[in-house]
Write a protein that binds this ligand. Structure first.
Ligand SMILES: [Zn+2]
Length: 370
């Protein structure tokens, strides 16, 4: 146990373990895949890890660059991926994670390799699994940077869940279960309820803490000099309307937040998610150096192959949406009728309504068929 890690309180532990079981049942969480063979020979990637607690491990991925990769099948302290950039003068810590324990784990890993002061922590977007651990940074006087809309979106989205009756929070999705017209629709709707139940539990098990350094996207890209290590913060559309990435152009390493899901279907449920914007973002990612190393928001570290895979998933979603649209199916029916083709069967669909269902509805709404 490191200097910043504290044992879980009993309440947090109980809340965490019950939602852990719920999440497990709904998302078919698989153990994290090992690095693909192509990356095992990449000289930037250390084969040994700096820290490993099961729920996450930290690996060196470049000069002063580290990736924190979560394995949610082993615990929900972090849930999303992150990492840190340690220059000669200062450091940037990426993600607040889902709990203060997750942020503390990464801080301990950082302190095991560097003693430079922390310039700031950074939330790639507002979603709970990237931000509900922010209070760790507050308690340690570390400023938190994020897209200027993140603070408001955290308050608007998760504020009302705190102290609310769970049944009231779940009611709109429960209603859809009751109104289901087929077993398939009912199954999908039920998994959405279980997911929201899980979000409710995690949000209520933590103290919301807001970024205190809003970054105006109009002023991006922004260059940060950490001392012999230069990174840029850039803004791209797609996943949440608040998505920022951290890129180290010299070393071809990119921390994408949830603009990249590696090895699964992507979460498209956010009211400000845009499939057309997201596909454009992926085209930009694919235009970068062929040896670019991507630290995705979820899943294993990948190269350009990971960007191609997610693009293929969106292509298929758009192609099937177009067929169903032409056949006269309304969006809410089409959302349940999408069929994962054999070529994409290796990519799990974590929670139908939050991933595939939401993507089909967005494609209809945006008229962004192939
Ligand atoms: Zn997200």
């Amino acid at each position: 146990m490191g200097a910043y890690s504290q044992p879980f309180s009993r309440r947090a532990f109980v809340a965490g373990s019950s939602s852990f079981a719920a999440l497990h049942s709904v998302t078919n969480m698989l153990p994290l895949r090992p690095l693909v063979a192509a990356l095992q020979n990449d000289s930037r990637l250390s084969q040994t890890v700096v820290a490993d607690k099961g729920f996450a491990s930290v690996r060196k991925v470049g000069n002063g660059l580290y990736a924190t990769i979560s394995d949610s099948s082993k615990g929900l302290q972090t849930m999303c991926n992150g990492g840190f950039l340690a220059g000669k003068d200062s450091a940037l810590l990426i993600e607040g994670f889902v709990s203060p324990a997750g942020a503390a784990f990464q801080m301990d890993a950082f302190r095991s390799v560097s003693q430079v002061p922390v310039k700031s922590a950074f939330d790639t977007h507002y979603h709970f699994d990237h931000s509900t651990g922010n209070s760790f940074y507050g308690a340690n006087n570390i400023p938190v940077w994020a897209h200027a809309a993140v603070a408001r979106r955290i308050v608007d989205t998760y504020g009302p869940m705190q102290g609310a009756e769970k049944s009231a929070v779940l009611a709109p999705l429960e209603k859809r279960v009751g109104e289901s017209k087929s077993d398939l629709q009912k199954k999908h709707a039920q998994s959405d309820v279980t997911m929201l139940d899980h979000v409710y539990t995690l949000v209520n098990g933590n103290i919301l803490s807001l970024p205190n350094r809003p970054i105006d996207p109009v002023k991006l890209p922004m260059t940060i000099d950490l001392g012999g290590l230069t990174a840029t913060i850039e803004n791209f559309p797609g996943h949440s309307g608040t998505d920022l990435i951290v890129r180290v152009p010299d070393q071809h390493v990119v921390y994408t937040g949830d603009l990249l899901f590696s090895g699964s279907y992507p979460y498209c449920f956010d009211e400000q998610a845009t499939v057309s914007g997201w596909r454009a973002t992926l085209r930009t990612f694919s235009s970068w150096d062929k040896d670019t190393l991507f630290i995705p928001g979820h899943g294993q570290i990948c190269g350009q192959d990971g960007v191609t895979a997610l693009s293929n998933i969106f292509d298929d979603l758009a192609a099937q949406a177009e067929k169903m649209h032409k056949a006269g199916l309304p969006a809410d029916i089409a959302a349940d009728q999408y069929a994962v083709p054999d070529s994409l069967k290796k990519y799990p669909v974590p929670v139908w309504g939050f991933t595939v269902g939401a993507a089909i509805k967005k494609i209809y709404a945006e008229q962004q068929f192939n």
